[in-house]
Design a binder for this molecule. Sequence first.
Ligand SMILES: C[S@@+](CC[C@H](N)C(=O)[O-])C[C@H]1O[C@@H](n2cnc3c(N)ncnc32)[C@H](O)[C@@H]1O
Length: 233
Amino acid sequence: MKTNPTWYFTEKQIGVDYLDSKIAEEYDKEHQSFRNFKAEAEDIVDKLKITKEDVVLDFGCGTGGIALKLTQYCKKVICVDLSSEMLDVLRVKAEKQGITNIETHCAGFLTYHHKGEKVDKVVSKFALHHLPDFWKSIALLKMADILKTGGNLYLSDVVFNFDPKDHESSINGTINNMEDIASKSMVNETITHIKDEFSTYDWIIEGLLEKSGFSIDSKIIEANNFLTYICSK
Ligand SMILES: C[S@@+](CC[C@H](N)C(=O)[O-])C[C@H]1O[C@@H](n2cnc3c(N)ncnc32)[C@H](O)[C@@H]1O
């Protein structure tokens, strides 16, 4: 295997510490309380036209809220996450639910080494913002490389779609909304996100996607500063 140059980025947890097993457990409980993972997975199946023959790779799958639901609609889900603590929660849930068509890999966007056939679909939700912009482009190049020609990418994340001059009011609005739709702890998670993680503008993400070999088929504004891109290779 080719070794990376000395200047290569070292992937580490930035912002919220998902390497803490207590935080991993809490993340799972908290997100199950205000998200509908079945509906999220069905929306992905619908938008990516996932079939029973497809192998799907979920980058930054976390505790598997989406990945485990996707297993019902495809041949296999490859679950990749930097945090073995998040993957531990995912594996316990998979076992309890009798789900066997998964693989789990403790690796980052940049360190994951794909073996075997290319995959049909790549999914990533609320995870790419853990990389600085230049390294996002390297991760996207890698996703394009792992995908079969004609395969699709579902990329959903906290992405800024405000005018730079309006950043203060827009970010304050996003943080205030969290208390209404989720909880006080999600407000704190959002503050950490803005302060320490690497969410960026839509026009930057769109440039990165296009320069990495994807065409953007649709852009969905899910909520204020929360966007989804459906792309093809
Ligand atoms: C906010 S959670 C999202 C989890 C899941 N996708 C969801 O929708 O609930 C972010 C996840 O990205 C993972 N992560 C952070 N940096 C990463 C990296 N460089 N490569 C892969 N996963 C990473 C974290 O460990 C965490 O599980």
